[in-house]
Write a protein that binds this ligand. Structure first.
Ligand SMILES: Cc1cc2nc3c(=O)[nH]c(=O)nc-3n(C[C@H](O)[C@H](O)[C@H](O)COP(=O)(O)OP(=O)(O)OC[C@H]3O[C@@H](n4cnc5c(N)ncnc54)[C@H](O)[C@@H]3O)c2cc1C
Length: 410
């Protein structure tokens, strides 16, 4: 029987472990925490069928000025952190040029197109349908100019990728979401995306499905991964485990772990924050306040606000400026109520400079496989990228062209 140790039990790892198990592999899934407790817990929980293009770095002078002067809430740079990110950011900038972004988008869209279709059977088999809502979400705009720009962009995406949306008036926005105090100048409803009321809970439900079908989940440290003969070993709470193959699905921790094996992957660490609130009335579905760079999300734990990106290495102290701005902007849209937790959550979107995930065999070590770097959409892309990886590991033709995701491009 083919065997694998999957390191990291976020959406990417749990999906990979399940996909291997479904093909008859013997699989041990290892994480230092319970499944779905890190980035895959704290995100906005949207299975983003509308995210047909990866998130490019702004290149227009006006946008750059807004970032440099701290006027936008989408992204926060701190000067002290910049030296650690210059090289990855320069590569990100280069890849974000329109012609390269178009090429990345073409590859990315093949995975996004499979996102809801690959989640659907897992949701059903895991009995997690109660966590998932299939009605899309609203993007609310605050000015006529940004509304016109958003509609133009949505029409372009519909014509290229077939992404379904409808425009919504301010009154329509309030009708759909009666808890809103106002509907801005109107907005867009993305129709194909699914929203999850407990993202970590969905990952935990997939992990429980994995265990019910004979997979083993063990607590352990990925830092102990090592060669064992022709295969691999790692230490866990149940002792050392061995397998012929190892899969690294450690999200933002993947690059540091892989350095031990000679890999030097660059990564742009885009931190995000969230907090929960005791809103007296709940939203029906997420609302993105696009002009203010945050999302309002009805979660089981309360109304969640998630922020844009703070460029910061893992471990660097938090900066709550974006969350504070989001709270202020939200106040005239929605009664968020008081904060539930004292300390906001933080987590890191693992972004590759060319905006594409790394999926495939290590170029340095036989039997070592990689599946990380899904950036802003790893919760969406877990099952679709697992499907591609596992086909490669099984010697079959993947359902998408995996060449753009090859690890050896770095
Ligand atoms: C604020 C925010 C909002 C977002 N919203 C969305 C969204 O709406 N939709 C979407 O698709 N994506 C969203 N994302 C992105 C998404 O959350 C990530 O791309 C995705 O969760 C990455 O999943 P992963 O499995 O690769 O990593 P993770 O979920 O981080 O999993 C990695 C795992 O590795 C484990 N690990 C790390 N080091 C070790 C070690 N040494 N030993 C053992 N285990 C270890 C961790 O404990 C963790 O469980 C958002 C991200 C943020 C920050």
């Amino acid at each position: 029987m083919k065997s694998a140790i999957v390191l990291g039990a976020g959406m990417a790892g749990v999906s990979s472990a399940l996909a291997l198990l479904d093909r008859g592999w013997s699989v041990v899934l290892v994480d230092r925490k319970a499944p779905g407790q890190e980035t895959s817990y704290g995100n906005a929980g949207i299975i983003q069928a509308e995210a047909v293009e990866p998130y490019a770095m702004p290149r227009a002078i006006g946008d750059l000025f807004s970032i440099a002067s701290g006027r936008t809430n989408d992204v926060l740079y701190s000067f002290r952190e910049l030296p650690f990110h210059v090289s990855s950011l320069m590569r990100y900038w280069w890849h974000s040029a329109p012609v390269r972004h178009r090429a990345a988008g073409a590859a990315w869209a093949t995975l996004i197109a499979r996102a809801t279709g690959t989640h659907a059977p897992l949701i059903e088999r895991a009995g997690a349908g109660n966590l998932v809502r299939k009605g899309g979400f609203h993007m609310l705009l605050r000015s006529e100019a940004s509304l016109a720009e958003a509609i133009g962009d949505a029409e372009r995406k519909k014509s290229i990728y077939g992404t379904n949306f409808r425009t919504v008036t301010a009154a329509g926005m309030r009708q759909a979401e009666p808890a809103l105090k106002q509907g801005g100048v109107g907005g867009i409803q993305w129709l194909d995306s699914w929203t999850v009321s407990d993202p970590g809970g969905l990952v935990a439900a997939y992990a429980a499905l994995f265990e019910r079908h004979g997979g083993r989940f063990l607590h352990g440290n990925a830092g102990t991964l090592r060669r064992a003969g022709a295969g691999w070993a790692a230490d866990t709470g149940d002792g050392a485990v061995e397998a012929a193959h190892a899969v690294v699905t450690l999200g933002p921790w993947s690059t540091s772990t892989l350095r031990r094996f000679g890999h030097r992957f660059p990564m742009v660490h885009k931190r995000g924050y969230h907090a929960h609130y005791r809103a007296p009335q709940s939203l029906n579905a997420p609302v993105m306040d696009s002009d203010n760079g945050y999302l309002l999300l009805p979660m089981l734990a309360g109304t969640r606000i998630t922020t844009g990106a703070h460029i910061a290495r893992i471990g660097v102290p938090p900066a709550y400026l974006q969350l504070a701005r989001a709270e202020r902007a939200a106040a005239d849209l929605f009664d968020i109520g008081s904060r539930i937790e004292d300390t906001p959550w933080q987590g890191t979107r693992p972004c590759m400079p060319d905006m594409l995930p790394v999926i495939g065999p290590s170029s340095r070590e036989k039997g070592l496989w990689l599946n990380f770097g899904h950036g802003h959409q790893g919760f969406t892309l877990g099952p679709a990228s697992a499907e591609a990886l596992v086909a490669m590991m099984s010697g079959e033709t993947p359902p998408v062209d995996t060449r753009p995701f090859r690890p050896d491009r770095y």
